[in-house]
Design a protein around this ligand. Structure first.
Ligand SMILES: *Cc1c(COP(=O)(O)O)cnc(C)c1O
Length: 392
Protein backbone atom coordinates (compact mmCIF):
# COMPACT_ATOMS: atom_id res chain seq x y z
CA UNK A 1 0.00 0.00 0.00
CA UNK A 2 1.42 3.33 -1.05
CA UNK A 3 0.11 6.74 -0.12
CA UNK A 4 1.67 8.28 -3.21
CA UNK A 5 -0.49 9.33 -6.12
CA UNK A 6 -0.11 6.87 -8.99
CA UNK A 7 1.24 9.37 -11.50
CA UNK A 8 4.15 6.98 -12.08
CA UNK A 9 4.26 3.32 -12.92
CA UNK A 10 6.92 2.52 -10.33
CA UNK A 11 9.05 -0.60 -10.58
CA UNK A 12 8.99 -2.72 -7.45
CA UNK A 13 12.56 -2.16 -6.43
CA UNK A 14 14.17 0.29 -4.00
CA UNK A 15 17.71 1.31 -3.26
CA UNK A 16 19.27 2.07 0.06
CA UNK A 17 22.68 3.27 -1.05
CA UNK A 18 24.92 3.91 -3.99
CA UNK A 19 28.60 4.16 -4.83
CA UNK A 20 29.93 5.44 -8.14
CA UNK A 21 28.10 3.67 -10.97
CA UNK A 22 26.37 1.18 -8.65
CA UNK A 23 23.17 1.13 -6.63
CA UNK A 24 22.44 -1.31 -3.80
CA UNK A 25 18.88 -2.44 -3.13
CA UNK A 26 17.21 -2.64 0.25
CA UNK A 27 17.61 -6.43 -0.14
CA UNK A 28 21.33 -6.16 -0.77
CA UNK A 29 21.70 -6.76 -4.51
CA UNK A 30 24.00 -4.63 -6.64
CA UNK A 31 22.88 -2.90 -9.82
CA UNK A 32 24.87 -1.12 -12.50
CA UNK A 33 23.06 2.21 -12.73
CA UNK A 34 23.03 3.41 -16.35
CA UNK A 35 19.91 5.46 -15.75
CA UNK A 36 21.53 7.92 -13.32
CA UNK A 37 18.16 9.23 -12.17
CA UNK A 38 17.65 10.30 -15.81
CA UNK A 39 20.94 12.10 -16.44
CA UNK A 40 21.04 13.59 -12.93
CA UNK A 41 23.75 11.80 -10.95
CA UNK A 42 26.35 12.98 -13.42
CA UNK A 43 29.31 12.14 -11.17
CA UNK A 44 27.96 8.88 -9.78
CA UNK A 45 26.47 8.09 -6.40
CA UNK A 46 28.01 9.19 -3.10
CA UNK A 47 30.74 11.14 -4.86
CA UNK A 48 33.25 12.05 -2.10
CA UNK A 49 33.93 15.54 -3.52
CA UNK A 50 30.22 16.36 -3.67
CA UNK A 51 29.60 14.94 -0.19
CA UNK A 52 32.38 17.17 1.11
CA UNK A 53 30.96 20.27 -0.62
CA UNK A 54 27.48 19.55 0.74
CA UNK A 55 28.61 18.72 4.28
CA UNK A 56 30.86 21.76 4.59
CA UNK A 57 28.04 24.06 3.55
CA UNK A 58 25.49 22.20 5.70
CA UNK A 59 27.43 23.29 8.78
CA UNK A 60 27.30 26.96 7.73
CA UNK A 61 24.01 28.11 6.23
CA UNK A 62 21.38 26.20 4.23
CA UNK A 63 19.03 28.84 3.01
CA UNK A 64 19.03 32.59 2.59
CA UNK A 65 16.41 34.61 0.74
CA UNK A 66 17.23 36.04 -2.67
CA UNK A 67 16.42 39.36 -1.03
CA UNK A 68 20.10 39.19 0.00
CA UNK A 69 23.27 38.65 -1.98
CA UNK A 70 24.18 34.96 -1.86
CA UNK A 71 27.97 34.61 -2.40
CA UNK A 72 27.72 30.86 -3.12
CA UNK A 73 25.33 31.66 -5.99
CA UNK A 74 27.54 34.48 -7.28
CA UNK A 75 30.39 31.97 -7.34
CA UNK A 76 28.51 29.38 -9.44
CA UNK A 77 27.09 32.08 -11.73
CA UNK A 78 30.61 33.35 -12.41
CA UNK A 79 31.86 29.87 -13.24
CA UNK A 80 28.93 29.26 -15.61
CA UNK A 81 29.47 32.59 -17.37
CA UNK A 82 33.23 32.16 -17.67
CA UNK A 83 32.91 28.71 -19.22
CA UNK A 84 29.97 29.31 -21.59
CA UNK A 85 28.31 31.68 -24.08
CA UNK A 86 26.26 33.22 -21.28
CA UNK A 87 26.59 36.68 -19.71
CA UNK A 88 23.98 36.20 -16.99
CA UNK A 89 22.05 33.40 -15.27
CA UNK A 90 18.89 32.80 -13.21
CA UNK A 91 18.81 29.93 -10.70
CA UNK A 92 15.87 27.69 -9.91
CA UNK A 93 15.30 24.15 -8.63
CA UNK A 94 14.34 22.01 -11.60
CA UNK A 95 14.40 21.61 -15.34
CA UNK A 96 10.87 22.77 -15.92
CA UNK A 97 11.40 25.92 -13.88
CA UNK A 98 14.41 26.64 -16.07
CA UNK A 99 12.53 26.08 -19.35
CA UNK A 100 9.55 28.08 -18.14
CA UNK A 101 11.83 30.94 -17.07
CA UNK A 102 13.51 30.73 -20.49
CA UNK A 103 10.10 31.30 -22.10
CA UNK A 104 9.41 34.22 -19.75
CA UNK A 105 12.76 35.84 -20.54
CA UNK A 106 12.09 35.60 -24.30
CA UNK A 107 8.66 37.21 -23.97
CA UNK A 108 9.97 39.85 -21.62
CA UNK A 109 12.78 40.74 -24.05
CA UNK A 110 10.33 41.73 -26.79
CA UNK A 111 8.17 43.55 -24.26
CA UNK A 112 11.23 45.54 -23.17
CA UNK A 113 12.03 46.65 -26.73
CA UNK A 114 8.47 47.82 -27.35
CA UNK A 115 7.26 44.75 -29.26
CA UNK A 116 4.97 43.04 -26.73
CA UNK A 117 2.98 41.46 -29.58
CA UNK A 118 5.99 39.23 -30.22
CA UNK A 119 5.16 36.66 -27.56
CA UNK A 120 4.67 33.27 -29.24
CA UNK A 121 7.16 30.41 -28.97
CA UNK A 122 7.73 27.98 -31.84
CA UNK A 123 8.49 24.45 -30.58
CA UNK A 124 8.90 20.96 -31.99
CA UNK A 125 5.75 18.85 -31.88
CA UNK A 126 6.11 16.05 -29.31
CA UNK A 127 9.26 17.44 -27.75
CA UNK A 128 9.73 17.64 -23.98
CA UNK A 129 10.21 20.75 -21.89
CA UNK A 130 8.73 19.67 -18.56
CA UNK A 131 5.37 19.32 -16.85
CA UNK A 132 4.00 22.73 -15.91
CA UNK A 133 0.84 23.87 -17.64
CA UNK A 134 2.78 26.10 -20.01
CA UNK A 135 5.51 23.60 -20.88
CA UNK A 136 3.14 20.69 -21.60
CA UNK A 137 1.52 22.91 -24.23
CA UNK A 138 5.01 23.91 -25.42
CA UNK A 139 5.72 20.21 -25.95
CA UNK A 140 2.49 19.89 -27.89
CA UNK A 141 2.08 16.26 -26.92
CA UNK A 142 -1.44 14.89 -26.81
CA UNK A 143 -0.60 12.49 -24.00
CA UNK A 144 0.86 15.14 -21.70
CA UNK A 145 -1.92 17.70 -22.23
CA UNK A 146 -4.79 15.21 -21.90
CA UNK A 147 -7.25 16.40 -19.26
CA UNK A 148 -5.61 19.75 -18.71
CA UNK A 149 -7.88 22.27 -20.39
CA UNK A 150 -8.05 25.14 -21.02
CA UNK A 151 -5.14 25.13 -23.39
CA UNK A 152 -2.31 27.49 -22.51
CA UNK A 153 -1.89 29.59 -25.61
CA UNK A 154 1.25 31.11 -27.05
CA UNK A 155 2.87 28.02 -28.56
CA UNK A 156 3.11 26.98 -32.20
CA UNK A 157 4.61 23.79 -33.51
CA UNK A 158 6.82 22.47 -36.25
CA UNK A 159 7.61 18.89 -37.13
CA UNK A 160 11.11 17.48 -36.79
CA UNK A 161 11.58 14.76 -39.38
CA UNK A 162 14.29 12.25 -40.14
CA UNK A 163 13.85 13.03 -43.83
CA UNK A 164 14.87 16.17 -45.71
CA UNK A 165 13.97 18.90 -45.06
CA UNK A 166 14.08 18.24 -41.32
CA UNK A 167 11.93 21.28 -40.58
CA UNK A 168 9.48 21.47 -43.47
CA UNK A 169 7.86 24.89 -44.02
CA UNK A 170 9.45 26.37 -40.93
CA UNK A 171 9.65 29.87 -42.40
CA UNK A 172 5.88 29.87 -42.89
CA UNK A 173 5.36 28.95 -39.25
CA UNK A 174 7.17 32.08 -38.05
CA UNK A 175 4.71 34.91 -37.73
CA UNK A 176 4.96 38.56 -36.82
CA UNK A 177 4.01 37.45 -33.30
CA UNK A 178 6.79 34.85 -32.92
CA UNK A 179 9.33 35.67 -30.20
CA UNK A 180 11.52 32.59 -30.20
CA UNK A 181 12.22 29.11 -31.46
CA UNK A 182 12.69 26.65 -28.58
CA UNK A 183 14.08 23.17 -29.23
CA UNK A 184 15.96 20.44 -27.37
CA UNK A 185 19.43 20.18 -28.94
CA UNK A 186 19.05 16.43 -28.55
CA UNK A 187 15.45 15.29 -28.15
CA UNK A 188 15.62 13.17 -25.00
CA UNK A 189 12.20 11.82 -24.07
CA UNK A 190 11.42 11.91 -27.80
CA UNK A 191 13.87 9.08 -28.46
CA UNK A 192 17.45 10.46 -28.22
CA UNK A 193 17.37 12.28 -31.53
CA UNK A 194 20.12 14.87 -32.02
CA UNK A 195 19.22 17.83 -34.19
CA UNK A 196 22.00 17.68 -36.82
CA UNK A 197 24.53 20.55 -36.70
CA UNK A 198 23.41 21.75 -40.11
CA UNK A 199 19.83 22.06 -38.90
CA UNK A 200 20.85 23.92 -35.75
CA UNK A 201 22.81 26.33 -37.93
CA UNK A 202 19.75 26.70 -40.13
CA UNK A 203 17.59 27.53 -37.08
CA UNK A 204 20.13 30.15 -35.99
CA UNK A 205 20.13 31.63 -39.47
CA UNK A 206 16.34 31.89 -39.55
CA UNK A 207 16.30 33.43 -36.06
CA UNK A 208 18.81 36.06 -37.18
CA UNK A 209 16.86 36.74 -40.33
CA UNK A 210 13.54 37.14 -38.48
CA UNK A 211 15.20 38.86 -35.51
CA UNK A 212 13.80 36.33 -33.04
CA UNK A 213 15.50 34.40 -30.23
CA UNK A 214 16.89 30.86 -30.18
CA UNK A 215 16.29 28.89 -26.98
CA UNK A 216 18.13 25.56 -26.78
CA UNK A 217 16.77 23.31 -24.03
CA UNK A 218 19.83 21.49 -22.66
CA UNK A 219 18.19 20.27 -19.45
CA UNK A 220 19.06 16.68 -20.42
CA UNK A 221 21.80 17.09 -23.05
CA UNK A 222 23.83 19.73 -21.22
CA UNK A 223 26.54 19.69 -18.54
CA UNK A 224 28.92 17.33 -20.29
CA UNK A 225 26.41 14.62 -21.17
CA UNK A 226 27.12 14.91 -24.94
CA UNK A 227 30.91 15.05 -24.51
CA UNK A 228 30.91 18.84 -24.85
CA UNK A 229 29.69 21.02 -22.01
CA UNK A 230 26.64 21.80 -24.17
CA UNK A 231 25.45 19.56 -27.00
CA UNK A 232 25.13 22.60 -29.29
CA UNK A 233 28.84 23.46 -29.05
CA UNK A 234 30.00 21.19 -31.86
CA UNK A 235 27.67 23.03 -34.26
CA UNK A 236 29.30 26.37 -33.33
CA UNK A 237 25.80 27.84 -33.02
CA UNK A 238 25.35 30.56 -30.40
CA UNK A 239 21.96 30.47 -28.69
CA UNK A 240 20.34 33.39 -26.84
CA UNK A 241 18.87 31.42 -23.94
CA UNK A 242 19.74 27.96 -22.59
CA UNK A 243 17.98 26.20 -19.71
CA UNK A 244 19.99 23.45 -17.96
CA UNK A 245 19.23 21.35 -14.88
CA UNK A 246 19.54 17.58 -14.52
CA UNK A 247 23.32 17.13 -14.47
CA UNK A 248 24.43 20.39 -12.86
CA UNK A 249 23.45 19.41 -9.31
CA UNK A 250 24.83 15.86 -9.49
CA UNK A 251 21.67 14.80 -7.62
CA UNK A 252 20.91 18.05 -5.81
CA UNK A 253 17.93 19.82 -7.45
CA UNK A 254 19.19 22.82 -9.43
CA UNK A 255 17.88 24.58 -12.52
CA UNK A 256 19.64 27.39 -14.37
CA UNK A 257 18.73 29.60 -17.29
CA UNK A 258 21.79 30.95 -19.08
CA UNK A 259 21.42 33.96 -21.35
CA UNK A 260 23.13 36.81 -23.15
CA UNK A 261 23.17 40.38 -21.80
CA UNK A 262 20.83 41.40 -24.60
CA UNK A 263 17.93 39.44 -23.16
CA UNK A 264 19.03 39.58 -19.51
CA UNK A 265 18.60 43.36 -19.57
CA UNK A 266 14.86 42.88 -20.03
CA UNK A 267 14.53 41.35 -16.57
CA UNK A 268 13.92 43.81 -13.74
CA UNK A 269 13.42 43.37 -9.98
CA UNK A 270 10.09 41.62 -9.60
CA UNK A 271 9.87 40.21 -13.14
CA UNK A 272 10.86 36.72 -11.98
CA UNK A 273 11.81 34.97 -8.75
CA UNK A 274 12.09 31.78 -6.73
CA UNK A 275 12.18 31.22 -2.98
CA UNK A 276 14.51 28.24 -3.07
CA UNK A 277 16.33 28.99 -6.33
CA UNK A 278 20.06 29.50 -5.79
CA UNK A 279 20.21 28.50 -2.14
CA UNK A 280 23.70 28.06 -0.65
CA UNK A 281 23.51 24.27 -0.28
CA UNK A 282 22.54 23.80 -3.92
CA UNK A 283 25.08 26.37 -5.11
CA UNK A 284 28.02 24.78 -3.31
CA UNK A 285 27.23 21.37 -4.79
CA UNK A 286 26.65 22.90 -8.24
CA UNK A 287 29.98 24.74 -8.04
CA UNK A 288 31.83 21.52 -7.33
CA UNK A 289 30.05 19.71 -10.19
CA UNK A 290 30.95 22.64 -12.46
CA UNK A 291 34.63 22.56 -11.38
CA UNK A 292 34.88 18.89 -12.27
CA UNK A 293 32.78 18.63 -15.45
CA UNK A 294 33.85 21.86 -17.16
CA UNK A 295 37.51 20.73 -17.21
CA UNK A 296 38.77 20.03 -20.74
CA UNK A 297 40.45 16.83 -19.61
CA UNK A 298 37.22 15.56 -18.03
CA UNK A 299 35.18 16.29 -21.16
CA UNK A 300 37.86 14.73 -23.38
CA UNK A 301 37.58 11.60 -21.31
CA UNK A 302 33.80 11.57 -21.73
CA UNK A 303 34.32 11.91 -25.49
CA UNK A 304 36.90 9.15 -25.66
CA UNK A 305 35.14 6.59 -23.46
CA UNK A 306 31.68 7.26 -24.86
CA UNK A 307 33.05 6.71 -28.35
CA UNK A 308 34.25 3.31 -27.20
CA UNK A 309 30.76 2.62 -25.79
CA UNK A 310 29.09 3.65 -29.07
CA UNK A 311 31.49 1.44 -31.04
CA UNK A 312 30.73 -1.54 -28.82
CA UNK A 313 26.99 -0.91 -29.15
CA UNK A 314 27.27 -0.63 -32.93
CA UNK A 315 29.07 -3.97 -32.92
CA UNK A 316 26.08 -5.42 -31.05
CA UNK A 317 23.78 -3.89 -33.65
CA UNK A 318 25.75 -5.72 -36.37
CA UNK A 319 25.57 -8.92 -34.36
CA UNK A 320 21.83 -8.62 -33.75
CA UNK A 321 20.47 -6.83 -36.83
CA UNK A 322 16.96 -8.16 -36.25
CA UNK A 323 16.73 -6.79 -32.71
CA UNK A 324 18.62 -3.48 -32.73
CA UNK A 325 17.50 -0.95 -35.32
CA UNK A 326 19.75 1.96 -34.48
CA UNK A 327 22.26 3.26 -31.94
CA UNK A 328 21.45 6.91 -31.36
CA UNK A 329 22.74 9.91 -29.49
CA UNK A 330 26.03 11.48 -28.51
CA UNK A 331 28.44 11.07 -25.64
CA UNK A 332 26.68 9.39 -22.73
CA UNK A 333 23.22 10.33 -23.97
CA UNK A 334 22.65 7.06 -25.76
CA UNK A 335 19.59 5.42 -27.26
CA UNK A 336 19.30 1.83 -28.42
CA UNK A 337 16.35 1.74 -30.76
CA UNK A 338 14.73 -1.67 -31.06
CA UNK A 339 12.48 -2.90 -33.86
CA UNK A 340 9.73 -3.66 -31.37
CA UNK A 341 8.50 -2.40 -28.01
CA UNK A 342 11.40 -2.08 -25.58
CA UNK A 343 9.52 -2.74 -22.29
CA UNK A 344 10.41 -6.42 -21.88
CA UNK A 345 14.00 -5.74 -23.00
CA UNK A 346 14.42 -3.14 -20.25
CA UNK A 347 12.96 -5.64 -17.76
CA UNK A 348 15.44 -8.29 -18.90
CA UNK A 349 18.33 -5.84 -18.52
CA UNK A 350 17.13 -5.12 -15.01
CA UNK A 351 16.95 -8.84 -14.22
CA UNK A 352 20.60 -8.93 -15.22
CA UNK A 353 21.35 -6.03 -12.88
CA UNK A 354 21.58 -3.22 -15.42
CA UNK A 355 19.33 -0.18 -14.93
CA UNK A 356 18.23 1.77 -18.01
CA UNK A 357 15.18 3.86 -18.91
CA UNK A 358 12.80 4.10 -21.83
CA UNK A 359 12.29 6.89 -24.35
CA UNK A 360 9.86 7.26 -27.26
CA UNK A 361 10.19 5.31 -30.54
CA UNK A 362 11.10 1.95 -28.89
CA UNK A 363 14.29 3.44 -27.50
CA UNK A 364 16.20 2.22 -24.44
CA UNK A 365 17.99 5.20 -22.93
CA UNK A 366 21.48 4.57 -21.58
CA UNK A 367 22.72 7.34 -19.30
CA UNK A 368 25.77 6.25 -17.29
CA UNK A 369 27.47 8.67 -14.92
CA UNK A 370 29.96 10.83 -16.86
CA UNK A 371 32.85 9.36 -14.84
CA UNK A 372 31.84 5.76 -15.56
CA UNK A 373 34.77 3.35 -15.79
CA UNK A 374 35.67 1.41 -18.92
CA UNK A 375 35.23 -1.94 -17.21
CA UNK A 376 31.71 -0.87 -16.21
CA UNK A 377 30.94 -0.10 -19.86
CA UNK A 378 32.25 -3.58 -20.74
CA UNK A 379 30.04 -5.06 -18.07
CA UNK A 380 26.98 -3.28 -19.52
CA UNK A 381 27.84 -4.45 -23.05
CA UNK A 382 28.07 -8.03 -21.76
CA UNK A 383 24.61 -7.77 -20.18
CA UNK A 384 23.02 -6.16 -23.26
CA UNK A 385 24.62 -8.83 -25.45
CA UNK A 386 23.32 -11.59 -23.19
CA UNK A 387 19.77 -10.19 -23.33
CA UNK A 388 20.01 -9.88 -27.15
CA UNK A 389 21.05 -13.54 -27.39
CA UNK A 390 17.95 -14.59 -25.49
CA UNK A 391 15.81 -12.47 -27.79
CA UNK A 392 17.07 -14.15 -30.94
C1 LIG B 1 13.76 16.55 -17.84
C2 LIG B 1 13.60 17.64 -18.81
C3 LIG B 1 12.90 18.82 -18.48
C4 LIG B 1 12.16 18.98 -17.17
O1 LIG B 1 12.98 18.84 -16.06
P1 LIG B 1 12.35 18.57 -14.60
O2 LIG B 1 13.50 18.72 -13.67
O3 LIG B 1 11.76 17.19 -14.64
O4 LIG B 1 11.30 19.59 -14.37
C5 LIG B 1 12.85 19.83 -19.42
N1 LIG B 1 13.46 19.71 -20.61
C6 LIG B 1 14.13 18.59 -20.97
C7 LIG B 1 14.80 18.53 -22.29
C8 LIG B 1 14.21 17.52 -20.08
O5 LIG B 1 14.84 16.39 -20.45
Amino acid sequence: MSYLVKNYNRKKISFKSGKGSYLYTTKGSKYLDFCSGIAVTSLGHANPQLIKALNNQAKKVWHVSNAFIIPEGEELAKKLVQKTFADKVIFSNSGVEATEAAIKVAKRYFYSIGKPYKNRILCIKNSFHGRTLATIYASGSKKMTEGFLPKISGFDHIEFKDSQPRFPNIRKRIKKTTAAIMVETILGEGGIKPIPDKCLKYLRKICNEKKILLILDEVQSGVGRSGDFFAFEQSKVKPDIVPIAKGIGGGFPIGVVLMTNKVANAMKPGSHGSTFGGNPLAMKVGSKVMDIISKKSFLNNVKKNSKYFHNQLNNLKKKFPKIIKEIRGRGYLIGIQLFKDQTSFIKALMKNKLLTIRAAENVIRILPPLNVKKNEIDQAIKIISKVCLKYK
